[in-house]
Design a protein around this ligand. Structure first.
Ligand SMILES: [Zn+2]
Length: 96
C-alpha cells in the first residue's frame, strides 16, 4: 500500500521539476528577448530625443501672424479658429 502512495508522489515531483525546468527556460528566454527589446528601444531613444528638441524649438518660436493664442485654453490656433475676442483677447472656437 505504501509503495502505491509513493509511486504517484514521485511522479508528481518529477512533473513539478519538469515544469520548473520549463519555467526557468521560458524565463531565460523572456529575459533574452526583453534585453533585445531594451536595446532596440535604446536605439530609438536618440532620434526620439532629437525630435522632442525640434518640437521644443518650434514652440519657442513666436507664433505666426495668422495664429493667435486663445486666452482661455492658451493654445495657439490658426486664425480660422478665432471665434471672437473678449476684452481684446482672442477666444478660440473650442472655448467659445
Ligand atoms: Zn481656447
Amino acid at each position: 500500500m505504501a509503495t502505491d502512495y509513493d509511486t504517484p508522489r514521485k511522479t508528481d515531483d518529477d512533473v513539478d521539476q519538469d515544469s520548473l525546468e520549463e519555467l526557468k527556460a521560458r524565463r531565460s528566454d523572456k529575459t533574452a528577448s526583453a534585453v533585445d527589446e531594451f536595446d532596440a528601444a535604446e536605439g530609438l531613444e536618440l532620434p526620439g530625443a532629437d525630435l522632442s528638441n525640434e518640437e521644443l524649438a518650434v514652440r519657442v518660436l513666436p507664433k505666426q501672424a495668422d495664429e493667435f493664442t486663445c486666452m482661455s485654453c492658451f493654445l495657439v490656433h490658426h486664425r480660422s479658429q478665432l471665434a471672437r475676442e473678449k476684452n481684446g483677447q482672442p477666444i478660440c472656437r473650442d472655448c467659445d
